[in-house]
Write a protein that binds this ligand. Structure first.
Ligand SMILES: *Cc1c(COP(=O)(O)O)cnc(C)c1O
Length: 374
C-alpha cells in the first residue's frame, strides 16, 4: 500500500453489491474473485461487504487465501492459483482452503500429507485452452484414477478458464472450450464424483450461457468494468456501476503563456495563452507516465487534458476552458483521475484507453493508494 501521497481512492461498496446482484439473477452461486487485494478495492473490506450475499470467495495464491481467512472471513475460500510451497500446503488444512490443483506433483504431495492430516477437499483445474495452468483434458482418466486410489483427497470442483470469452468474434473457440470442459465434468460424474462445475469469468457469465454451469467466477464486472467495452456486445454491460473513484489535490493554478513549454522536456508548448493547474499525482502513485499529453482528469465535472509529461508526484492539466465557463479552480480543489462529478465523469474504460491498458490494470495499480469506503 502506498502511503506517501495525498491521493484518495473512494470505494462504493453499494455498487459492488449492485453488480454482484446482477449476476445472481443468472446463477445462484456467484463467486466474487477478490484476488490481488480485490483488484485494488481491498480484499478484507470487499469480502465483508459481500458476506451476506456470497457463499464462496476466490483469490489467487494460497497465502492470499490464508490472509483472507485470518481477516475473519469464514466462507469457502478458493485459491485459483493452487499451492506452490510447503507453507501453502500446510495452509490448506490449517485455514480450510479449497485450492485448484493443476498438476500431478500437487496432487501427490497433498495425498501424502492427507495420510497424516486427514481428508482434504480440492478443486481440479483443467487447461482447455489458456495454456497456463492445469491438467490437459486428455489426462482426465489418469487424474480420476488418482482420486480413486487416494480417497482422502476429495475432488469437489472441476474448473477451467476461458481465453476469449470477451471477444465476440471468437465465440466458436469459447464453444470449443465449453465442449472440452463438459467432457471433463462428465468423466468425473460418471466416475462417481459429484463435482461442482465452474468455468466462466465475467465475460463468460455475461455472454455465453452454456458456460454458466454451477458457479460463476466474477471479477472485473463486479468492480464495474465492462469486458465488452468497444465491441458489438458492449450493451451487455450497460447496468454495471464502477465502484472506484480516485482524486488528487490541485496544488497551484497559474498562467502558461503562448509559446511556453511545460514539465520535463517541454513536450507540450502552449499554442495560446492558457491557465494550468498542477495536480499532486504522478507515476509514483501508479498514475502512469504513459498518460503524458494523452490523458484527461475531471475537475468539477469538466474534462481537463494533461499537458506535458506526468512527473513522479505531479501532473499539469489545462483548466482554461473550465475558467472560461465561470467555474473557479483553486488550490485545495480535487482533480479526479477516475470517476468524479457529472458530466465529465471518467469511466474505467476511458482511463484504461488513454493509458493503453485494460481496466483490470488501472484498478489494481490505482487501488494501491490510500482508500476510503462509502
Ligand atoms: C482473475 C480470474 C477470474 C476473474 O476474471 P474476470 O475477467 O475479472 O471476471 C476468473 N478465473 C480465473 C482463473 C482468474 O484468474
Amino acid at each position: 500500500m502506498i502511503d506517501y501521497n495525498k491521493i484518495e481512492v473512494q470505494i462504493r461498496l453499494d455498487n459492488l453489491r449492485h453488480n454482484h446482484r446482477l449476476f445472481k439473477r443468472i446463477c445462484d452461486n456467484v463467486i466474487p474473485v477478490i484476488k490481488s487485494d480485490a483488484y485494488g478495492h481491498g480484499v478484507a473490506e470487499v469480502a465483508r461487504a459481500l458476506d451476506d450475499e456470497a457463499g464462496t470467495f476466490a483469490v489467487g495464491f494460497v497465502n492470499e487465501a490464508a490472509k483472507l481467512r485470518e481477516s475473519g472471513c469464514d466462507k469457502r475460500i478458493v485459491a485459483l492459483l493452487g499451492p506452490h510451497d510447503d507453507g501453502d500446503f500446510e495452509a490448506l488444512w490449517q485455514h480450510r482452503i479449497l485450492a485448484a490443483m493443476a498438476n500431478m506433483g500437487q496432487l501427490e504431495k497433498a495425498a501424502k500429507m492427507a495420510e497424516t492430516k486427514g481428508e482434504l477437499e480440492v478443486s481440479v483445474k483443467f487447461d482447455t485452452g489458456m495454456r497456463r495452468l492445469g491438467f490437459r483434458p486428455e489426462g482426465v482418466g489418469e487424474v480420476i484414477e488418482f482420486f480413486k486410489a487416494h480417497p482422502k483427497l476429495k475432488p469437489v470442483m472441476v474448473t477451467s478458464h476461458l481465453a476469449k470469452a470477451d471477444m465476440p468474434e471468437h465465440k466458436a473457440q469459447v464453444q470449443e472450450q465449453g465442449t472440452l470442459f463438459q467432457s471433463i465434468v462428465d468423466a468425473f460424474r460418471e466416475a462417481g464424483f459429484a463435482v461442482e462445475a465452474n468455468l466462466s469469468n465475467s465475460a463468460g457469465s455475461m455472454a455465453h450461457e452454456y458456460c454458466h454451469y454451477d458457479s460463476l467466477r466474477l471479477g472485473i464486472s463486479m468492480y464495474g468494468g465492462n469486458p465488452f467495452h468497444g465491441t458489438d456486445w458492449a450493451d451487455l454491460g450497460k447496468e454495471l456501476k464502477p465502484a472506484m473513484d480516485v482524486s488528487a489535490p490541485v496544488m497551484q493554478v497559474h498562467p502558461l503563456k503562448k509559446g511556453e513549454g511545460i514539465s520535463y522536456g517541454w513536450t507540450h508548448v502552449a499554442e495560446r495563452d492558457c491557465t494550468v493547474a498542477i495536480i499532486g499525482v504522478g507515476y509514483a502513485d501508479n498514475y502512469s507516465r504513459g498518460l503524458s499529453n494523452t490523458g484527461y482528469m475531471n475537475i468539477k465535472g469538466h474534462r481537463v487534458p494533461i499537458l506535458g509529461r506526468v512527473c513522479m508526484q505531479m501532473t499539469a492539466v489545462d483548466v482554461t476552458d473550465v475558467l472560461g465557463v465561470g467555474t473557479k479552480v483553486e488550490p485545495g480543489d480535487r482533480a479526479w483521475l477516475l470517476g468524479g462529478p457529472e458530466p465529465g465523469i471518467i469511466t474505467p474504460e476511458d482511463l484504461a484507453g488513454w493509458w493503453g491498458t485494460i481496466t483490470y490494470e488501472a484498478f489494481c495499480l490505482l487501488g494501491m493508494n490510500p482508500r476510503t469506503y462509502i
